[in-house]
Unconditional design. Structure first.
Ligand SMILES: CC(C)(COP(=O)(O)OP(=O)(O)OC[C@H]1O[C@@H](n2cnc3c(N)ncnc32)[C@H](O)[C@@H]1OP(=O)(O)O)[C@@H](O)C(=O)NCCC(=O)NCCS
Length: 357
């Protein structure tokens, strides 16, 4: 085994395509990413193909991405990254360090963290935040100030604590079984339709059709302001047609279905739900953003867009075994809907924060 001084943090080269001559490090980064997630979660539902991840690394007007691969001799054993939103006066940075399990407890994580914190300070960022899955384990647990949820005080939790982080929020990862009968979804959809006669369901696949761009942009801008953030800090985001186009370009090669509720009288889009799957239609599907605008809550629009989305998803991805989603553990209104539909918890994540002095 090499010593810590032999470990290299090599800035990731972003290739033009995954077949480009300089794509080797990117391919290794994706391999180690998928391996680490399998080691933590015990399944491959978080895996993504290299060509489907690459568009997320395209230069962006809205975010600066910095990533390094962790190289031990000839072997890529992990990755480290910190992203800086480019909103005005942003103080935040979002980071990750992911090492394959046989490289833990050698001080590599700590060395990577020094690089992360130094990079954040150099960019004038003072609020650092990171998420990690904490698999169920016996022993002591930690609870966030929200009072909702706990995580085991495991290796990753001790790592965060030792580097001055506090646990701010617990997120629940749930799964919906797409192979089971849809009776409940159909019943809930019928109830939601009956409770929302002033609204209709509209659906599209990314890229967003021109007629929905403005409404979708407004709803996307409300995600950071309207979702429960506990003690975490997020910048207000401005979304317009250009930002929607950049967002949609990240899903090139994958399928994103957006199901929205439209107020019939005004044409306003008031709620939406996103479902995503890659080229491999036998993999797990991912539910991404879901939101009901504040002024339109109380009409069962959350249930409406989720159930309508799941029902048509059965035709889009009939071989996908399940849908994976994440919710804040204190987000009772959203969890009530998901639990009624049949989503069941499978894992918990911690959201961690440190304010640099
Ligand atoms: C969390 C994670 C990044 C930590 O990395 P790591 O390399 O194991 O961390 P370190 O080795 O620097 O420190 C971990 C432990 O090893 C000990 N250690 C540090 N240097 C050491 C060395 N040279 N030899 C032996 N042990 C050492 C530390 O004291 C620490 O002990 P503790 O768990 O009792 O606090 C890593 O486990 C990981 O990738 N986990 C999966 C992804 C994840 O959860 N990431 C969290 C951030 S997104």
């Amino acid at each position: 085994m090499n010593t810590l001084t032999d470990i290299e943090f090599r800035p990731l080269v972003i290739p033009a395509s995954i077949d480009a001559p300089d794509a080797a490090d990117f391919l290794e980064m994706v391999r180690v990413r998928n391996l680490v997630y399998r080691q933590i979660s015990g399944h491959d539902d978080h895996a993504i193909a290299a060509d489907e991840l690459l568009p997320h690394f395209a230069p962006s007007e809205y975010e600066e991405r910095n990533m390094w691969i962790v190289v031990d001799g000839d072997a890529v054993i992990g990755r480290a990254a910190i992203d800086f939103p480019l909103e005005n006066d942003s103080k935040v940075g979002f980071w990750l360090i992911e090492l394959q399990q046989d490289s833990w407890s050698r001080g590599i994580g700590t060395a990577a963290y020094e690089l992360i914190e130094r990079t954040a300070r150099d960019r004038g960022r003072s609020v650092l935040q990171s998420w990690a899955e904490h698999p169920a384990a016996l022993g002591p647990t930690l609870a966030p100030p929200t009072g909702f949820g706990t995580i085991p005080e495991d290796h990753a939790a001790r790592f965060f604590l030792r580097h001055g982080y506090s646990l701010e929020q617990v997120e629940r990862n749930s799964a919906f079984d797409l192979t089971a009968p849809f009776d409940t979804v159909e019943r809930l959809l019928a109830e939601a339709r009956a409770a929302s006669p002033e609204y209709r369901v509209v659906q599209w696949f990314a890229p967003t059709p021109a007629e929905y761009v403005d409404g979708y942009a407004w709803m996307k801008s409300r995600m950071v302001t309207d979702a429960p953030a506990a003690g975490l800090e997020f910048d207000e985001e401005t979304w317009d047609a250009a930002r929607i186009a950049e967002h949609d370009a990240k899903y090139v090669g994958r399928t994103m279905q957006v199901t929205a509720a439209q107020h019939i009288a005004t044409g306003e889009l008031c709620a939406f739900n996103e479902l995503v799957i890659g080229k491999d239609r036998t993999e797990a599907s991912h539910q991404e953003d879901t939101l009901v605008l504040k002024e339109h809550r109380g009409h069962k629009l959350g249930t409406l867009v989720k159930c309508a989305g799941l029902l048509s998803w059965r035709e889009v991805a009939p071989l996908s075994p399940r849908v994976i989603t994440y919710n804040a553990e204190e987000n009772r209104p959203m969890l009530d809907i998901n639990e009624a539909i049949g989503f069941a918890p499978i894992a918990y994540e911690g959201a961690w924060k440190k304010v640099l002095s």
